[in-house]
Design a protein around this ligand. Structure first.
Ligand code: C5P
Length: 303
């Protein structure tokens, strides 16, 4: 009798930025950020199996464009697996299977979620005991948003985004997520932001937002959410500015761009109002998904 195949599945959430303040580029080309991340209920699931060599396959429902997702060593999930193996001096490899629900190049850190889920799944499959500090360091080397994908919840982000501090945010929020069929590469939005000379001297988070989050005051949260990449993204893509005006008519507490875009977000404290807005989008043939937040960071689903 052959031994049952060993596999492990982990899940990681999409992120949005409730606040995104951006500085001028540093020596290394990255931009100093002050941000508040939130993990929302839209997930990629990553399954890993022991294998002789590294491989990755990505699947998605219709509507998610996988044309720019590599199936070779350029894929961030393979990079994550290799980094974890190297950290422990292991010569093991894995076959990685990604079931995507987070849009690609959507401004919701889908690739970072895949990297975080791969780390967590392999940690379990291989029975590793990587310290939290080491796992966060490996995550930060993979990408600015990967540490937050491990944490989930609601958190402050500093540095280039990789320095994460969880914060108290008890309110249950509803986000109506409006993806866009044409993606927007993050570097091009940061580059345009520089061309427009929009960078702050030193980006800081408005204390009114952290206070509103701590108090669970949805009206105050809605009044203080903001994204400094939004003007650069809308300048590059006037169709997004046009859609923003349409979304403004749907009764949301706030409308904002997710990260570097092009995904747009409608904030609701009241789920009935959110469902009504979702119905209007459906009637207009606009793709959307309604999700709760905050949700947990990367975690094992089955083993
Ligand atoms: O860290 P990550 O690989 O996710 O970043 C992708 C790209 O986004 C970077 O290569 C850079 O062009 C841009 N970026 C930036 N400043 C940041 C984060 C990302 O300029 N703080």
């Amino acid at each position: 009798m052959t031994a049952p195949e060993r596999r492990c599945t982990a899940r990681a959430a999409a992120k949005i930025n409730l606040a995104l303040r951006v500085g001028r580029p540093r020596q290394d080309g990255f931009h100093p950020l002050a941000t508040i991340y939130q993990a929302i209920g839209l997930y990629d699931d990553v399954t890993v199996r022991d294998a002789d060599q590294w491989s990755v396959r990505t699947h998605a429902d219709a509507g998610i464009d996988l044309s720019t997702v590599g199936d070779d060593e350029s894929n961030i999930a393979i990079k994550a697996g290799k980094a974890l193996a190297a950290h422990h001096g292991l010569s093991r490899a894995a076959a990685i299977d990604i079931q995507k629900a987070i849009p690609v190049a959507g401004g919701m850190a889908g690739g970072s979620a895949d990297a975080a889920a791969t780390l967590v799944a392999l940690e379990e499959l291989w029975g590793l005991d990587t310290s939290v500090e080491d796992l966060l360091r490996i995550a930060a080397d993979l990408g600015s948003d990967v540490p937050f994908a491990l944490y989930g919840g609601t958190a402050l982000g500093a540095g280039r985004g990789e320095l994460v501090t969880p914060i108290d945010a008890p309110a249950n929020l509803w986000w109506l997520v409006v993806p866009h069929e044409i993606g927007l590469p993050t570097p091009s939005v940061f580059h345009h932001f520089d061309q427009l000379e929009l960078g702050d001297e030193e980006p800081v988070i408005d204390e009114a937002l952290t206070a509103a989050l701590a108090a669970g005051d949805i009206a105050a949260i809605a009044a203080t959410v903001s994204n400094e990449l939004q003007p650069a993204a809308y300048d590059l893509r006037p169709d997004l500015a046009q859609r923003h005006r349409l979304l403004d008519e749907l009764g949301a507490d706030a409308v904002l761009l997710s990260g570097s875009g092009p995904t747009q977000l409608l904030l609701f404290g009241d789920v009935s109002a959110a469902r009504a807005a979702a119905g209007e989008l459906r009637d207009q043939g606009i793709d959307h998904v309604l999700v709760p937040a905050p949700v947990a960071g990367a975690h094992v689903l089955e083993h």
